[in-house]
Design a protein around this ligand. Structure first.
Ligand SMILES: N[C@@H](CCC(=O)N[C@@H](CS)C(=O)NCC(=O)O)C(=O)O
Length: 219
């Protein structure tokens, strides 16, 4: 069977997983699980991923419902070029970056979204916005310093670059960073955004789940 990525447009975990699969040369079908319509909590989807989240990946061996688990599985299965570092110390560094991307980078993006793009009825809390932006700037500054001396976050292109790009790229919606503030980071970000794996897989929408299931039942 052709592998399936169950994902949702604008979901960073889905985007990074799709980019990772493409970088590993996996040809997959993308199926859209609309979060707005709460499709992730329907019995049909829960039977694929009982966690009720996207992304999930399915191949002839079964389904996996977590982005890190999917990426580790694929890295072992496919492609000649591993994207997780093989050196044990470097692997720990990479796993720490993945953890930080899921916590610190996520935190800034998530809360700025709910302050600026979908503000509460009483209006944005501008002190909170300033605090979140300052946190975002310090994270970007940290990356800019690393990228001053090397092309990629762990030296070689790796899973860490892939997991960070949806956040760093997404921060631009909040005018982070300001133009010219972090030249090394901007070069890295623009370079990654030029890769076809990024352009073809970041924030993409798949075939709606119901249509996909109907099509599969008819085969
Ligand atoms: N640890 C999970 C987190 C996935 C996650 O939080 N996905 C969000 C969308 S970006 C989701 O499915 N939210 C819907 C929900 O929790 O109901 C992973 O990395 O795959």
């Amino acid at each position: 069977m052709k592998p399936i990525l169950y994902s949702s447009i604008n979901c960073p975990h889905s985007s990074k997983t799709a980019i990772f699969l493409a970088e590993k040369g996996i040809k997959f079908q993308r199926v859209e699980v609309s979060l707005a319509k709460k499709i992730q909590k329907t019995p049909e989807y829960l039977s694929i991923n009982p966690r009720g989240t996207v992304p999930a990946f399915e191949d002839e061996h079964g389904a996996i419902g977590d982005s890190l688990e999917i990426m580790r599985y694929i890295d072992e299965q496919a492609g000649e070029q591993p994207l997780f570092p093989s050196d044990p110390d470097m692997l720990q560094v990479a796993l720490q970056w993945i953890e930080r991307s899921n916590t610190e980078f996520w935190d800034v993006s998530h809360h700025l979204y709910w302050q600026i793009i979908q503000p509460p009825q009483e209006g944005a809390d501008w002190e909170e916005v300033a605090r979140l932006k300052a946190k975002g700037i310090s994270l970007l500054q940290e990356l800019d310093l690393i990228l001053r001396d090397q092309a990629y976050v762990c030296g070689e292109f790796s899973v860490v670059d892939i997991v960070l790009i949806p956040w760093v790229y997404g921060y631009q919606r909040f005018d982070l960073p300001e133009a010219g503030q972090f030249p090394h980071l901007e070069k890295w970000r623009d370079g990654l955004a030029e890769r076809s794996t990024f352009r073809e897989n970041h924030n993409q929408e798949g075939l709606p789940l119901q249509d996909f299931l109907a099509q599969r039942a008819a085969e």
